[in-house]
Design a protein around this ligand. Structure first.
Ligand SMILES: C[S@@+](CC[C@H](N)C(=O)[O-])C[C@H]1O[C@@H](n2cnc3c(N)ncnc32)[C@H](O)[C@@H]1O
Length: 268
């Protein structure tokens, strides 16, 4: 079984590209890299965030790091020609990565949740930053999910999904721990901002799109979930039906809170 919950497969690469655009308006208001010229992107995957970062911050040059050679190849291919010269893709484990020169900032989105040793990774990244450099983290907090009306099948799916991620040495509730992790890695001026999302019939279109996005997210782990006995076929089918039809129910709502944090590397 892959150590990466969603697997290194083509459908996952497409999902990551869709996800980054779909959540762009939620994630980026917190990220300010206007004054940064050299950014370390931690766990760039297929370069979905890399492209958004380059478009949003025209001065930026990025060292984009991932352990997956396959994903980096997709990242190289999907990046438009006119942005290529501003990125260096590096295959490395973030635990041991060493930058040729120290960077002005680091960016990490939906990555620490998949890392077996998030505290050690943050310590290593801090060593690769200039004094007073910024770090921006965006992470999951899976205990925050509330879907109404409730579904026993979806509850079981979500419980199995989180259990599988824990089994793979991941961190489905890591949003709660960002402050403590940054502190233990030596970062200073830490600010944590939970980002609640609440969709209901005040915005039915977004509710519908969000539930479809969510199904794509949790379905991407369905193979190991089914194979490992974390869920059964019936729970898989009912969860899909529930999410894709939620917007048709009069009292429907979907709530989830992800967590962002920013900090400085300090005057080392
Ligand atoms: C969910 S993907 C997110 C990719 C990208 N940040 C995005 O938002 O589209 C997580 C990525 O982290 C990478 N990753 C996990 N642990 C890593 C480590 N220790 N070193 C380098 N990359 C790692 C995985 O290979 C995967 O590409």
């Amino acid at each position: 079984m892959s150590e990466y919950l969603h697997g290194y497969v083509q459908t996952e690469y497409e999902r990551l590209l869709h996800q980054a655009r779909f959540l762009e308006q939620e994630v980026y208001p917190f990220i300010d890299l206007t004054h940064c010229s050299h950014l370390l992107e931690m766990g760039c995957g297929v370069g979905a965030q890399t492209r958004i970062l380059l478009e949003r911050f025209p001065r930026l040059h990025i060292t984009a790091i991932d352990r997956s050679a396959e994903e980096l190849e997709v990242a190289r291919q999907q990046l438009p020609q006119d942005l290529q010269h501003r990125v260096r893709f590096v295959q490395a484990d973030l635990l041991h990565f060493q930058s040729e020169e120290k960077a002005d900032a680091a960016f990490c989105c939906w990555m620490l949740e998949h890392a077996a040793e998030p505290a050690a990774i943050l310590r290593n990244i801090r060593r690769n930053l200039k004094p007073e450099a910024h770090i921006f983290l965006t992470e999951v907090e899976n205990s925050s999910l509330t879907v109404a009306p409730q579904s026993a099948a979806l509850d079981a799916y979500w419980e199995g999904y989180n259990r599988l991620q824990l089994h793979l040495h991941g961190w489905p509730f890591i949003g709660q721990e960002l402050e403590q992790l940054l502190q233990s890695a030596g970062f200073e001026n830490i600010q944590v901002l939970p980002h609640p999302m609440h969709y209901g019939h005040h915005n039915t279109e977004r509710l519908k799109d969000f539930c479809a996005y969510w199904w794509r997210l949790i379905n991407s782990a369905s193979e190991p979930l089914l194979k490992g006995g974390y869920i059964n076929e019936e729970q898989h089918r009912l969860s899909r039906e529930h999410l894709l039809n939620l917007h048709l129910q009069p009292d429907a709502s979907f709530r989830y809170t992800f967590v962002q944090a920013k900090a400085r590397s300090g005057n080392k």
